[in-house]
Ligand binder design. Structure first.
Ligand SMILES: N[C@@H](CCC(=O)N[C@@H](CS)C(=O)NCC(=O)O)C(=O)O
Length: 201
């Protein structure tokens, strides 16, 4: 399998999950602005949406959308407990987190990285994101991980977007449960390895 990524982008989430599974894979860097991979392939021929992440199988089939990719990967190695088994409430609670992170956080960040978005709109987004992180801080008060006892695919995704919150200096430093959780995730070997491979450490 090939995982197409851009350093520090949302593709960091499936990158961490991939490492947590222990599966063999090749990491392929994409210049999304230019639309080419590090091997000078036309990236839109791999993912016509032009975005990372994308997962390509040996037969050429491609799976896109981070939330779908992490579920696929987690289900390949159920013993790693990155996602609970089908039919259990725990599974849907992790999916609840993945959905929240994707729709309520991830896409709230995207305009903050754009020069085209007006400053007053960015200020509103920043405040909304800070309120959502404050709510997550409350959820993490008595938990090690988002889904309770086990590190899950949702932790990898939240870690990825919380890195952006730190880079953009959102006002979240006082959220102690959230910060403690962030440090726990950051200490995982998979996360250290992923950041290193993406040139972020
Ligand atoms: N819905 C997609 C969104 C993917 C996405 O927004 N990727 C961003 C990085 S976080 C990207 O590729 N941006 C590059 C660009 O727009 O040029 C998913 O969740 O996988």
């Amino acid at each position: 399998m090939k995982l197409f990524f851009k350093p520090g982008a949302c593709s960091l989430s499936p990158h961490i999950v991939m490492l947590e599974t222990g599966l063999d894979f090749t990491l392929v860097r994409v210049d999304t602005a230019a639309g080419i991979t590090e091997q000078q392939e036309d990236y839109r021929r791999i993912n016509p949406k032009g975005k990372v992440p994308a997962l390509q199988f040996d037969d050429g089939t491609v799976l896109t959308e981070g939330v779908a990719i992490v579920q696929y990967l987690a289900d390949l190695k159920p013993d790693r407990q990155l996602l609970a088994p089908t039919g259990t409430l725990a599974r849907y609670q992790t999916l609840e987190w993945l959905s929240f992170i994707s729709s309520e956080l991830h896409k709230g960040f995207s305009p903050l990285f754009s020069d085209a978005a007006p400053d007053d709109y960015k200020a509103v987004l920043r405040q909304q994101l800070e309120e959502k992180f404050t709510w997550i801080d409350g959820e993490l008060k008595d938990k090690q991980w988002l889904s309770g006892l086990h590190f899950s695919a949702a932790d990898a995704y939240l870690f990825t977007v919380m890195r952006w919150a730190k880079l953009l200096k959102l006002n979240i430093a006082s959220l102690s449960a959230l910060e403690g959780w962030f440090q726990r995730v950051a200490a995982r070997p998979s996360v250290i390895e992923a950041l290193e491979a993406e040139g972020l450490n």
